[in-house]
Design a protein around this ligand. Structure first.
Ligand code: CA
Ligand code: CA
Length: 295
């Protein structure tokens, strides 16, 4: 046991409260009747274990007081048994209070002789978290859950509809996802087919924050990163300021994409087959713009 907050309180065994199985379970307080609110940072550390690909830690946890369920806890790993990295964390409020729930941490990425810990932290003034039936087993190696790399976007003028939109594009992750979730301003989710690597989003004037994830069997990736390393893309559609610019002709074409985001190589715009395209290029004044065209 490691009492990282140093208050003398830590995990302990109890048979005075209902366990998941049998009479005993482990508990840690975030509130003490005699002291008041605690700010626990308590580690319950395993003996050294050998982790292999697929190693999975299962544990059951519950709050003791259904009215104070906001206990925060997680699983941490360490090579030396002293310096821990927290690799999974949860809030008990995400589940029905008072019931026991199973939590799973995939620890197979940390191959070799390691220590595992169940950590009670980042919460205060609740009551008691209980943990029982901790099992380490070798399960399936989870499929990697890659985020789509290289999320970029630009304002595009749609010649035919005489309207503006945002042309988003990204690279295919290592495994093709089932679909993508495009989050717009945290209020809207657009589902995009997994084979695509771009999306045209017609928008009025405004500021749009885009976030993109890839969804696979059983997991949704982290947010896609932009080339600048941000996990979101902010695009301002302002027809007042860009209207004139977009009225200009593209004099030098730099790239042509079809509506699926595939770049069309070495075909002159005049020779493109019938279809809808995004043409990027440079205007007479040297500005780079993109237009949606219909052939
Ligand atoms: Ca403590
Ligand atoms: Ca038990």
């Amino acid at each position: 046991m490691i009492d990282a907050d140093g208050d003398g309180n830590n995990w302990d065994l109890t048979h005075y409260v209902p366990a998941h199985t049998g009479a005993n379970s482990m508990y840690s307080y975030s509130y003490d009747n005699a002291v008041g609110a605690l700010t626990p940072d308590n580690y319950m550390v395993t003996p050294m274990v050998e982790l292999v690909p697929g190693s999975t830690l299962s544990l059951w946890a519950s709050t003791q007081d259904v009215n104070f369920p906001a206990e925060h806890f997680g699983v941490a790993v360490s090579a030396d048994g002293e310096n821990f990295t927290t690799i999974a964390e949860w809030d008990l409020t995400a589940k029905v209070a008072g019931e026991w729930h199973e939590y799973i941490a995939y620890v197979g990425d940390y191959e070799g002789d390691m220590y595992l810990a169940i950590r009670h932290f980042n919460c205060t003034n609740q009551f008691m978290i209980k943990v029982d039936d901790v099992t380490l087993y070798v399960g399936d190696v989870p499929e990697p859950c890659y985020a789509p790399p290289n999320l970029t976007g630009e304002v595009v003028y749609d010649d035919e509809a005489a309207s503006y939109g945002v042309q988003l594009s990204w690279d295919m992750p290592e495994n093709q996802p089932l679909y993508y979730n495009l989050y717009v301003n945290d209020t809207e989710i657009i589902e995009i087919e997994g084979g695509l690597t771009s999306y045209f989003d017609m928008r009025e004037d405004g500021t749009y924050i885009y976030r993109l994830t890839a969804v696979y069997e059983g997991c949704e990736s982290d947010y896609a990163l932009t080339p600048d390393g941000n996990d979101y893309l902010e695009i301002i559609v302002d027809t007042e300021s860009v209207g004139e610019l977009y009225a200009e002709e593209i004099v030098t074409v730099t790239a042509v994409y079809n509506v699926n985001g595939q770049r069309i190589g070495s075909v002159a715009v005049e020779d493109l087959p019938k279809g809808v395209y995004i043409v990027q290029g440079v205007t007479e004044n040297g500005k780079t713009i993109a237009k949606k065209i219909v052939k």
